[in-house]
Ligand binder design. Structure first.
Ligand code: 2P0
Length: 324
């Protein structure tokens, strides 16, 4: 029996990953840039044993169905190939995310599984190798190997597509993200399906690809210069461009709900009153607000006028992969 356990934190993209050039290897169409957060994380233990007759996956103590296992089993197959073993595995994962927050993250989950497999099978991967390995489980997972800011350099092959940490001289510790949880019941389009539909059919996808490289360069410049306004403006505009592509897809779709728009407008209003705050959204209705840590208490007070306290959660910059 061989066992490994790891913890990784979720990350939120400031410049988004949106579309795959290679679906099997998960090579993205564009580079992306993220901030790893401290508030949400996954702890995953993997056990490989000759005694097991099948792979099994437990999330927060509950056994998961075959459909939910698919990503995990595909990933375990990659790990077995690298570890030269045919043993089945038991994966036990805890997601430390507020219940019903709709933030269940494949980024932290698959990054933790990559770290746990590396330990269990003694694969001795470097952080770069782990980032490549995690990427093949879920694209955004490659960024969660690192704490603080990370850039997923798209590359054009398995070898060249991985995340690198972006040195910010501690500036990331001055930043925060406030989550506005919008729990409207909407039919989900998974990010995997949504980005693929967009690549294949959106008349706006070429515009996205034209814009995103410049956004990455601008965000990196903002980080190097500790320029919050530039980073915030670039983040907000990049998220809006990503979401614009979904409206040009066939069939069209959106992740926004009416309350997402309420939250976005509130952020604009608060900015007009002097707060340093900018929003971004991912493949769901929640709104995330990039701000400065020292403004979080006052911002939360303002946001409570529109949203209930349970809908508001703040996070600071978090660490990279930890072996437990
Ligand atoms: C991101 N998202 O950069 C973008 C922005 C959602 C919107 O990465 O298919 O779960 O497993 O590679 O990583 C979510 O997509 O997708 C995501 P797969 P993943 O954070």
């Amino acid at each position: 029996m061989r066992q490994g356990k790891a913890r990784t934190h979720t990350n939120i993209a400031l410049i988004k990953y949106w579309g795959k050039a290679d679906q099997e290897l998960i090579i993205p169409m564009n580079s992306s840039l993220s901030l790893t957060l401290d508030a949400f994380y996954s702890e995953t233990q993997v056990t490989f044993s000759k005694e097991f007759t099948a792979d099994s996956f437990y999330l927060n103590g509950a056994v998961q169905s075959a459909a939910e296992n698919k990503k995990i089993i595909q990933f375990l197959n990659r790990a077995r190939k690298l570890g030269k073993t045919t043993d089945f595995a038991k994966v036990e994962s805890q997601n430390f995310v507020p219940t019903a927050a709709g933030l269940a993250s494949s980024a932290s989950g698959l990054a933790a599984l990559a770290g746990a497999c590396n330990e269990a099978l003694d694969l001795q991967m470097t952080p770069t190798e782990l980032s490549r390995f995690a990427r093949k489980g879920s694209g955004s997972a490659c960024r969660s190997i690192f704490g603080g800011f990370a850039e997923w350099q798209k590359g054009d092959s398995d070898e060249t597509s991985f995340a690198v940490p972006l040195e910010a001289a501690g500036w990331e510790k001055e930043l925060a993200m406030i989550f506005i949880l919008i729990n409207d019941q909407q039919k989900d389009v998974s990010s995997r399906d949504g980005m693929q539909r967009t690549v294949e059919t959106s008349v706006f996808y070429d515009g996205w690809l034209k814009a995103v490289n410049e956004d990455i360069e601008t965000a990196k410049k903002a980080i190097a210069q500790k320029d919050f306004k530039l980073l915030g403006e670039t983040t907000e505009a990049n998220g809006l461009k990503m979401h614009a592509t979904t409206l040009g897809a066939q069939p069209p779709f959106t992740y926004w709900s009416p309350n997402s728009l309420v939250a976005m407008n509130r952020v604009r209003e608060l900015r007009a009153t002097g707060f340093d705050c900018y929003f971004t959204m991912d493949a769901g209705p929640n709104v995330k607000i990039l701000t400065k840590k020292n403004q979080v208490p006052a911002l939360i007070e303002e946001l409570k006028q529109t949203f209930s306290p349970e809908q508001i959660i703040s996070a600071a910059a978090g660490p990279g992969l930890e072996i437990l």
